[in-house]
Design a protein around this ligand. Sequence first.
Ligand SMILES: [Mg+2]
Length: 363
Amino acid sequence: MTIRSVEAFPLSLPFDIGGPKPIFAGKTREMEMLLIRVETEDGLVGWGESFGFSIWPATVQVIERLVSPLAVGRDESKIDELILEISRKLHPLGRAGAVIFAISGLDIALWDIQAQRQHLSLANYLSKDPKKTIPAYASLIRYNNPDLVAKNAAAAVSKGFKAIKLHETGVAEIKAAREAIGPDIHLMVDTNCPWTPEQAIQMCQQLEPLNLLWIEEPVWPPEDHIGLATVKREGNIPTAAGENALGYTDLKSLITHQVVDYLQPSVTKIGGVSEMLKIMGLSKNTTIQIAPHSPYMGPGLIATAHLIAAQAEDIFLEYTFCQMDLNPLGKSVLTEDGCFPISNEPGLGLAVDMNIVQQLLVS
Ligand SMILES: [Mg+2]
């Protein structure tokens, strides 16, 4: 069968984080979701997601002007062939950013369709014996306020999460979280690339007593692999990175050179399910653990959950901790007692409410 259409739907979801929302890229943080809808000539619909955040207007343009014309009319079952051809044709426009985000959304939707054709969930299409539920960690948005960090970390534990990740750089905030959740809950800290390697090592010394599971992206710039490796070697806290990797080759280098302890490929940023499978395969039989990046609330989150469910190892799903009252994907993006249930419905198992899509559409 062939692809009839590829459409992009940028949405802004209402959400509450239990405190003031931080500033991101010069404006108050929003929950932007870029849904990708692919329909085949026989009327089957697959859903994907491209990394939303503030970049979605550029990605919509890439989908509509470049990706859609290259995909429409092509055999949707030949995912490798189509994605490789589009990637090769568009490579001069950037191997990271909007082009790859757009390709990621298409790829996820094609895998959704592929699994639907087999009448299997994506997890079951990838593995004969997928997990039925997987543990999630609560990924808290940045508060820059020890009291709010403590309050929301405790709230996440009360909802059943056994692991909490902060987006903070201050020792006071991180200490407040550890005191609020006690010693038995895993605590991770995502710093979003603030420091030189030397500064990061000093911070690790201060944070060491707080028993962190990992410290994430401690070094600027994110592609400074030598700096990251130095922090891993001398920082005495396990390290994590990979969400800003420049494609498969960059992630492969992080694995080959053992630059981090936890590798964080992002399905909506790195090229979709296809690239995630390659990276997950490469990491097998190494000391590096996969900890996917998935702070989104659409098909990308669900695809990540199915990818995790298909692995033998126990892997945490990153789950943005917030109150969300309206999402066109309904209950399929909700956790239960700190875990994420894996739907047994065909593909990603999505029933997208187009009325809510129209309601939340942004332009
Ligand atoms: Mg991160």
